[in-house]
Write a protein of this length. Sequence first.
Length: 205
Amino acid sequence: MRVGVFGGTFDPPHIGHQILAEEAAAQLNLDQVLWVLTPYPPHKTTLRITHTDDRMSMVLLAIAGNAKFSLSRVDIDRPPPHYAADTVQLLREKSPRDEFIYLMGADSLNDLPTWHEPKRFTSLCQGLGVMGRPGEGSDLSTVVIEIPGIREKITFLDTPLIEISGTDIRNRVALGKPVRYFLPENIFHYILNHKLYYPQDKPSK
Ligand code: ATP
């Protein structure tokens, strides 16, 4: 099987994530896309992140009805730090015959040299599927210096640029701005019903 590994904070999952995952499945001929929820993202330690249970419920809503999508508990079920290199290694150990293609936005690709053991991460992935993101160039020259051999692993997906991020959605909700069509409808209602992202938000981890 060719498996897409889609790691993220998903706070909240939004239509940018859904479009990326769906396009990756089609363009990279994937049999499955694992949405790997990262409970404690190593590069977001200073951010206030919504409780894992809420983010997991929202990921389940985002993937509902798509036979190729599933939630992976590989990071949920292990203690932090949740480094992506270890995530991919664990997935490979569990399913040695599968091929793992890591999916990410261009912002993540540009940040990759700052990730934990980026060379090990890249060598463990059999491919990288990258989706463009507004304001994020895809000039690989710096990344290639830090991670030789990465170029051959990358496929740039042909997708529209989507100017939506979790940060933007959280800020908009806090300011009372509309977000309804940034999100799948069920997640929009989840955020309303659970009063996520409002200034009086319930305590989060
Ligand atoms: P935040 O603003 O909280 O950092 P985010 O929207 O970037 O959140 P993450 O859950 O951190 O979402 O993202 C998971 C992956 O999806 C990352 O690789 C990120 O680059 C990618 N991604 C998220 N939104 C987009 C988008 N609009 N276009 C392209 N890639 C995206």
